[in-house]
Design a binder for this molecule. Structure first.
Ligand SMILES: C[S@@+](CC[C@H](N)C(=O)[O-])C[C@H]1O[C@@H](n2cnc3c(N)ncnc32)[C@H](O)[C@@H]1O
Length: 367
């Protein structure tokens, strides 16, 4: 999934660092989980995993990829979905595949919140985030999932798994350059493809009880115990809530009330989801507080922090924070050159400094 700071391509780097510093087992907490790529990987490595984030779309991905330990049976869905013959057929993925194929093939598009606000045919402002057909398909699938849920036909695992597939399929056809704070003027090749949900591939061989949280990191840390805390906070002033407003709306749904959107791009208000980590001064203070609580309250032994060389908190400051909290001479810094995430081309408003950035992974032992 396209996501600022997505660590999918850096999992090998993170893994190598953990090997070097001698982390092999325990409870792993990914407290800025985003797409849940790190949490999911650590689950596959056998760790017990706790994850959290302030965005609801992240919570859905966390639940689908970390909390769910088995392919569900979808036994409560109506007969026309066709899962009956698939449950117990020997293929555990059978029911999920059947539901996904029903949603892809048998559900007609419907005019709803997305079509009316984010597609050229429906939106008075001519917003071009999706083709009309895809916008209507998103509306129809989102509404059927909500109806099944309200009727008690979907268990939590089933609901979040299907929502995660919807979010990922939406991202694949969104007419954006990477983030949702604006749409592109012409439809791009990915956007003209028909929206297709795909069945998620789950980690089923680690049946421990894993947790997902929709919670601010500095609050969540007071509620958990973990051996390894992995921090991957925002690096710059761009708020995730603004950049991914459309995914958040789809995650929340609009069956009770539609989001009140505004402006050229149909932004939703996100005052209550602003991250202090996007501001230098507040972010510094929050990081000091988080590291302190990790040691004092969460009983954490190992702390890992991802940050890049263009981040708003300097390398020197991070070193000071970690050394002040950690055991002496355990602080280390690892680096990896990395291709930058570009959400738009260089232009009058934005000039990227270079094509590459240096990803850093900091380590300190707290106990
Ligand atoms: C760099 S991204 C994490 C990327 C993630 N590791 C991945 O691979 O997708 C930072 C994440 O922190 C979340 N975030 C920002 N402020 C937060 C806070 N105060 N508490 C919890 N999560 C926060 C954002 O919503 C975003 O998903």
């Amino acid at each position: 999934m396209r996501y600022i700071g997505n660590k999918t391509k850096l999992l090998g780097f993170i893994d190598g660092v953990m090997e070097t510093v001698g982390i092999h087992s325990g409870t792993f907490c990914d407290i800025f989980a985003g797409t849940a790529s790190v949490a999911r990987y650590m689950k596959s490595k056998g760790f017990q995993v706790i994850c959290g984030d302030i965005m609801r779309y992240s919570y859905i991905l966390q639940w689908a990829y970390v909390v769910v330990n088995q392919y569900p049976r979808f036994a409560g869905l109506p007969p026309e979905v066709g899962v009956m013959g698939h449950a117990g057929s020997g293929n555990p993925q059978g029911p999920l595949r059947k539901v996904i194929s029903f949603l892809n093939e048998q559900v007609d598009g419907a005019d709803g919140f997305i079509y009316r606000n984010y597609c050229p045919g429906g939106s008075r402002d001519g917003r071009l985030y999706f083709t009309d057909e895809n916008g209507r398909r998103i509306d129809a699938v989102r509404s059927i999932l909500e109806n099944w849920r309200r009727q008690g036909r979907l268990a939590n695992d089933e609901y979040y798994l299907l929502l995660a597939s919807l979010l990922e399929s939406v991202d694949a056809v969104a007419n954006i350059s990477g983030v949702y704070c604006s749409f592109l003027k012409e439809l791009q090749p990915n956007a003209v493809r028909r929206l297709r949900l795909r069945p998620s591939v789950l980690v089923t061989e680690n049946p421990q009880r894993h947790e997902a949280h929709l919670r601010d990191a500095n609050e969540l840390i007071l509620q958990i115990r973990c051996d390894i805390l992995y921090l991957d906070p925002p690096y710059n002033p761009r708020q995730y809530a603004g950049n991914y407003h459309l995914l958040e709306s789809i995650a929340e749904g609009w069956s009770q009330e539609e989001p009140k959107i505004y402006g050229k791009t149909g932004m939703r208000p996100y005052q209550n989801q602003r991250s202090v980590y996007c501001s230098r001064r507040e972010g510094h203070r929050a990081l000091v507080d988080l590291v302190e609580k990790a040691r004092e309250r969460a009983g954490c032994t190992h702390l890992l922090l991802s940050y890049n060389d263009e981040g708003i908190i300097s390398q020197q400051e991070i070193q000071e924070i970690l050394c002040a909290a950690g055991r002496s001479r355990t602080y280390r810094r690892f680096e990896r050159a990395y291709k930058r995430f570009r959400s738009d081309a260089d232009g009058p408003k934005r000039k990227y400094r270079a094509d590459g950035v240096t990803e850093r992974l900091y380590y300190v032992r707290l106990r």
